[in-house]
Design a protein around this ligand. Sequence first.
Ligand SMILES: *Cc1c(COP(=O)(O)O)cnc(C)c1O
Length: 394
Amino acid sequence: MKTVYVDNAATTAMCPEAIDAMTECMNGAYGNPSSLHHAGQEAASIIVKAREDIAKCLGAEPNEIYFTSGGTEADNWAIRNSARLGAAKNKNHIITTAFEHHAVLHTLKKLEKEGFEVTYLDVSEDGYVTAEQVEKAIKDETCLVTIMYANNEIGTIQPIKEIGAVCKAKGVLFHTDAVQAVGHVAIDVKEQNIDMLSLSAHKFHGPKGTGAFYCRKGISLVGLMQGGAQERNRRPGTENTPAIAGMAAAMKKACAEIDKNAEYVSALRDKIIDSIVEAVPRTRVNGGRSPRLPGNVSFCFEGIEGESLLLYLDLKGICGSSGSACTSGSLDPSHVLLALGLPHEIAHGSLRISLCEYNTEEEADYIIEELPKVVKRLRDMSPVWERIMKEENE
Ligand SMILES: *Cc1c(COP(=O)(O)O)cnc(C)c1O
């Protein structure tokens, strides 16, 4: 059976450029980048180059980029550091949204226990927040606004530049978790008024367990851990040279091809959404159609369970997701779908298909052919669907 991999928001396959960069690095540049001899300096120069490449893709300066173990660490770092800066000035209020990734939400929950006050902005039915909402929520005690660039479950893209402008005018730090956006939509941190940004390599065909934190120069930054002097004294531990090289190669490629990929992938996305909405009654498309990540398709099918849907699709070779990989395994419906105001029973029947430029037209057609059959089969067995149909016929 062939595999149709459409779970690219959970993680992506690595691109050949990233694999080559890593292999080359593992074969040759095994020195410790902190060593003074030429073997160490060769590794150090790979890191210098990677930092330049990544900075360039974001419109940042190389010395504003810090390598991390991924998006989660970058999110924790941005929030913790901002909280520290806020606390020093007696500012203990943070603004975020109700549908952030758990790396943000759980860090904020912890800060609430430590005495911080957090405002969770409501998101609209179609999955957006506005700069006006942010402006209204800012008070004298606000030290940070953290709002994701694009949502990992429903793909909606937030008005980052406008939110950044509000924060700038009010003198409040602005962080964005851009893990889903980097490599998929064009970003310029200066132009978009972004003070801090998190990214993760494995979401754009780079290696897992590596990411970066952009922190605008001028913001005082201390590390989460203590140790050696790596990353300009802020992130101790021997650098993962191969992963950093792989991330830079993947990012360079993704950024060079961003428009071409977005055009191709969003056409597949729209074809799947339009066809399924037409073929399957009582389908809800989660999240507004635009602005939306090129690869994100998110449905709720009334009367069925997302988990069973995934298992049946898997039997057909289709790898999708019921929401985010991080919440699967728990039976609670996703906090993202609940934040849109969906009732529990509808939120349970969710399916996320996340595409990338490796997906083909044939794969999209296969999904369009198989998905309605699977939904029908599950509905035929579902007492909830039976009730819905009964009510409809009354
Ligand atoms: C995947 C993801 C993360 C976590 O990144 P890791 O590198 O897996 O730690 C954080 N935020 C968003 C929006 C994500 O999609």
